[in-house]
Design a protein around this ligand. Structure first.
Ligand code: 26V
Length: 818
């Protein structure tokens, strides 16, 4: 039965008003006149939800009927951003809702501001997962996103005296209108205990006798496709104590212990680990990982597949995509289910498992490759450790067969590492188990094959492939930049939102002075909008006539925010030392957005320095307001949607060979910012597409970086031989930005001078040259605008729809079922 009772009237203003008021009265329990903004926001969200519901149920029914092969995207992070606008857009309800609320005397913008974004991710990896579920729904691919419903997402960043202070992100505290809990569909997840062998009709088998368990309760989120009537599901798991656990302790009369047990269980989904790039090896983190993948596999097998499904055919029905190593414990979990619970022989189970997983690697930093100590893993998941050992034994046997007793090779390829302690190398496990392994940009995939996973590439070259990342044009053009979207539609007609290659059509308009003028007006409008957001949010002032030079991304040494700081200090230094007057300097506002992992001391120091430089530069009368440094705290998806469309210049300045892809770089180019960047990650592909004339390339290439390391890199040589660099660093060292205290930023400077792992000093002079080219180019505003338009026209490739199509063609083989 097709369900559409409430959806028909909702597509009219009157119907929408009626449903909105009904939700306000009956779901929220208030009258319009007594309602708060939050009440109104919740009722509005409920109304949008009601509209999508029929389609959602329809979709679930259709997926059930079709039994088509599905993608299960396993990701510990989804950095979703606000939902209201996205869902209105997908459902074509934006205008209707705006008018309906106006009839109730409510400005929809005021309600938009009420939504706290679900920040269930750290940075690029989590945001990519959110873009991918959007594209999967828009393309109509049968799929489920699986993850964790953290009670606290990424911390809220504040600054106290310029230093980062983290506050908890209680994103659920005012209600969570977009999710549907389903306690009846909970999965029981076990941990600890021991294994034992037993005789099964003459065959010795192993089984797991767990020590404790928790319940995984699914919370379903709607993921509407754009204008296609499809609504997919994002299923995030919450940990709660199991009844049995509770009851046993209750019966023993130990109330306090029962409450403690509950807290212990619920801790598992309590908080997102705010680290990125450097795994901490914490037990709770492994609990989170196993918790969500065991629940997801259990859910798929129990609830998505029909009861009588023959699991021999599992690869025809599912591909589990592993978003980095975080979900890799799913591999031994599926083996355990097949062998221990469903009676499969080892080899048959392994053949199935190897076809059901694919692995995406998102890093090149060796310290980011996750390992778990055998000790910890064996304590928490003893049966899984046994299974991993067996997988490794079989695999190393194959390596021996192929390469002979090459012990060095075998040690290097072993899933079990021995130093500095015995540990499971999760990336290796994923590579051995996965049908495919992909990097996230051409350069990154190549470096994976050549370096990080070189031996594996020799062993199974057919496994390796590339899928260059992408971003959703719905959120990052349509929602974030509505005036640009209108201008594009005016020029190209509708349809480009789901076929981003059509942006090519803008090339012709780049030559049209009238179009350039309109584009410049859009950019100016976006700058004014950002100015008003930053003024209201943080009391910051953005001048109309400045170039907006933006660096927003997690704070990490490899991303080289320090290079940006040295550029700013160099400009400032020119003025204070009398080498230039303020009038010689192109007026620029530098905008930073960056959170540092709470335990990453150097990153936090760099944040402090950026704020300190801002404090001095912004207030020095010699500068005459021509340089400004702004660092709004708590950069998140919501702020990104305001900052990116306003930017003139996009800073993508990581050391070549370190940034796997980057996705901010794509968002900026698609919003008409020009990039100053190294040949790293997807920058390489952006530059190839937009052309050298429309991109400011600088710095060493990856092979040059390697060559300099091999030769012996001495950062102090660069300091000694470059007057500008020496002077800028000396200015920081002098205490000019720390009230005369020379000790505050000394650790940053000595790190640059004597270590400089990310070769900031080696690329400094090339960067300063590139910035001079930027100034020159910016002086010709009309030519700059032309370049900006060409950037947009040539970056359609970076739609996440294209990424998903590549995954389908190269890895998943799960065609859309529209
Ligand atoms: C590691 C860990 C360790 C434990 C705590 C939580 C955590 C979270 C993430 C990671 C790995 C970080 C890998 C990552 O974020 N890579 C980024 O992925 C983006 C999407 O592919 C890509 O654009 C960025 O270049 C890449 O740095």
């Amino acid at each position: 039965m097709a369900l559409a009772p409430v959806s028909a009237p909702l597509s009219t203003v009157d119907g929408f008003v009626k449903q909105f008021l009904q939700n306000l009265n009956f779901d929220i329990g208030v009258s319009l006149s007594a309602s708060s903004r939050n009440d109104q926001y919740l009722a509005l969200a409920g109304t949008v939800r009601d509209y999508l519901m029929a389609r959602w149920l329809d979709d679930q029914r259709r997926q059930n009927d079709l039994q088509a092969k599905s993608v299960c995207y396993l990701s510990a992070e989804y950095l979703l951003g606000r939902q209201l606008d996205n869902n209105l857009l997908a459902a074509r309800l934006t205008d209707i809702a705006t008018d309906a609320l106006a009839e109730c005397g409510i400005r929809i913008d005021d309600l938009r501001e009420m939504e706290v974004e679900p920040g269930l991710g750290n940075g690029g990896l989590g945001r990519l997962a959110a873009c991918f579920v959007d594209s999967l729904a828009t393309l109509g691919v049968p799929s489920i996103g699986y993850g964790i419903r953290y009670e606290y997402g990424i911390f809220r960043q504040t600054f106290v005296d310029g230093q980062q202070v983290e506050q908890p992100d209680a994103w659920l505290s005012l209600g969570s209108p977009w999710s549907f809990p389903h306690p009846e569909a909970a999965q029981q997840i076990s941990f600890g205990g021991h294994t034992e062998t037993y005789d099964d009709r003459g065959v010795t088998r192993s089984r797991w006798i767990p020590g404790w368990n928790v319940k995984a309760v699914p919370y379903n989120y709607m993921v509407p496709g754009y204008h296609n009537g499809r609504v997919n599901t994002l299923r995030l798991w919450r940990a709660v104590a199991t009844d049995a656990f509770d009851l046993r302790i209750f019966n023993s009369g130990d109330y306090e212990e029962a409450v403690r047990a509950q807290t212990f269980a619920e801790n598992i989904s309590k908080v997102l680990y705010p680290e990125d790039s450097t795994p901490q090896g914490k037990e709770l983190r492994l609990q989170q990982q196993y918790f969500f993948v065991a629940a997801s596999i259990g859910d798929f097998l129990d609830n998505v597949l029909p009861g009588d499904f023959d699991l021999t055919n599992l690869p025809d029905r599912v591909i589990f995509q592993l978003n980095d190593t975080h979900p890799v414990i799913a591999v031994p979990e599926l083996m355990r289910v097949l062998v221990d619970e469903r009676g499969f022989e080892w080899d048959a189970a392994w053949a199935i498992t190897q076809q059901c997983f694919a692995y995406t690697c998102h890093t090149l930093l060796p310290e980011a490759l996750e390992v778990w100590s055998v000790d910890l893993l064996g304590r928490l998941l003893p049966r899984h450790l046994e299974i991993i050992y067996r997988i490794n034994d079989d695999f190393l046997e194959e390596v021996r067969e192929r390469f002979g007793d090459d012990e060095l090779r075998i040690r290097n390829m072993s899933i079990i590492g021995e130093h500095p302690y015995r540990s499971v190398r999760m990336a290796y496990l994923a590579t051995v188990a996965g049908a495919k392994v992909n990097g996230v940009a051409e350069l990154h995939s190549q470096l994976l094959r050549d370096k990080v996973l070189h031996d594996f590439d020799e062993f199974f070259p057919e496994k390796f492939t590339n899928v260059t990342n992408g971003v959703t044009p719905r959120r990052f053009i349509r929602l974030a930049n509505p005036t640009l979207a209108e201008l594009i539609t005016e020029a190209l007609g509708a349809g480009w939102t789901v076929d981003l290659d059509r942006l090519r059509g803008l090339e012709a308009f780049a030559a049209d002075p009238e179009f350039r003028e309109k584009f410049a007006a859009v950019k100016a409008g976006n700058k004014r909008r950002l100015a008003s957001v930053l003024h209201e949010r943080d009391g910051l002032t953005v001048s109309d006539d400045h170039m907006l030079d933006v660096m927003v991304k997690r704070l990490h040494e490899y991303k080289r925010q320090m290079l940006k700081v040295l550029h700013i200090v160099t400009e400032y230094d020119k003025i204070v030392s009398g080498r230039a007057t303020a009038a010689d300097i192109t007026p620029r506002t530098f905008i930073f957005g960056a959170k540092a992992a709470p335990g990453y001391a150097m990153a936090k120091r760099i944040i402090h320095l950026i704020n300190a430089v801002g404090e001095v530069v912004n207030n020095d009368p010699l500068v005459e307001g021509r340089l400004k440094v702004l660092f709004p705290p708590n950069y998140n998806v919501t702020l990104a949607e305001r900052v990116i469309p306003a930017a003139d210049l996009s800073e993508q300045i990581s050391l070549a060979g370190k940034e796997a892809s980057g996705t901010g770089n794509m968002k900026f180019a698609l919003n008409g910012a020009l990039t100053v960047g190294t040949d790293d990650g997807a920058n390489v592909e952006i530059r190839e597409l937009v052309g050298d004339d429309n991109f400011f390339l600088f710095g060493m290439s990856e092979p040059e970086v390697e060559a300099l390391w091999a030769k012996g890199y001495k950062p102090s040589d660069f300091y000694q031989s470059d007057d500008n660099l020496r002077s800028a660093m000396d200015l920081i060292a002098s205490g000019a930005f720390s009230g005369g205290d020379r000790s505050v930023f000394e650790p940053i400077l000595s790190n640059l001078l004597y270590d400089d792992r990310f070769m900031v000093l080696a690329d400094y002079s090339s960067y300063i040259d590139a910035q001079a080219r930027v100034d020159l180019a910016y002086a010709d505003q009309d030519a700059w605008t032309r370049s900006a338009i060409l950037n947009i026209a040539r970056c359609g490739f970076f739609s996440s729809d294209r990424s998903i199509k590549d995954y389908i063609d190269r890895i998943w083989h799960t065609p859309p079922t529209l």
